[in-house]
Design a protein around this ligand. Sequence first.
Ligand code: ADP
Length: 318
Amino acid sequence: VNVIGVLTSGGDAPGMNAAIRAVVRTALKEGIKVKGIRRGFLGLLEEDIYDMEYKSVSDIINRGGTILHTARCPEFVKPEVVEKAAQVCKKHGIEGLVVIGGDGSFRGAADLAKHGINTVGVPGTIDLDIACTDYTIGFDTAVNTAIQTVDKVRDTSTSHERCSIIEVMGRHAGFIALWCGIANGAEDILIPERYDYDEQHIIDKINRRRETGKKHYIIINAEGIGDSHAMAERIEKATGMETRATIIGHAQRGGSPTARDRVYAAAMGAKAVDLLRKGASNRVVAHVKGEFVDYDIAEALAMTKDINQYMYDLSKRL
Ligand code: ADP
């Protein structure tokens, strides 16, 4: 390969810049030219493409967000749109493409591969919800951002003897909530994978704890559980304990990436280039049982992942 492209797509995640940097630098070292594609598949269609040099990725390893920006491009599900994107790649000499994003982005990458562009996906999402890999870029930073916020809410929750519901990100996945819940010593962790919507159980537990003299109560909700403010109102009404909901929101998507996110991003970005150099296509980079590996995209998308039962049980025991 002489020329590759790199783009970030779907939801952004801290560490994406470190991955871009690794792609650019490892490719340039091998004499491969790199085209940066701004705003994901949308920018590809609009030919928002520029030549990336060694210096294009200076001073970004420590920065959150993505210097390439990201976007959603819903029309990419149409074969004629993918065909057009493949033509744009060919026009710019792009033979291989690194797609940093989540499952949706990998679907787009798989479609492009069918049109003769070699594609490799790199898992970037704070939610950790990519089945083929134990690790996704951004998760560690997001969890660390969230636990710091929960620590702060806990202080004021204790002062005021309140019940606090803190909602973290994860519409379909409870990984951030579970990690936060364990790291913050929350009384309850509600995640979409396990929640049976038995609010009365929580209310009874709060009442029992109050009888033993407990001054505050922390519940971590994954976003997918539902309206945390409405839940706070119901709990306050049922228990008489002042209850407030805090939604951490997009802060979890930003910030300087942790060492773990930077290092995994660096390794995954470099591996994507190694795969393209070998002529591989329609692959996704993954971290499984301590090793950096790769899978066929279709095979990866067919996999399923559940939260670790041991970790979930542990959260209940503590
Ligand atoms: P993520 O990559 O984080 O899962 P999305 O699901 O929003 O985020 O997907 C990002 C982009 O990938 C979409 O805007 C679209 O351009 C492309 N994409 C998503 N699903 C498909 C699909 N089924 N076929 C082709 N492209 C897709």
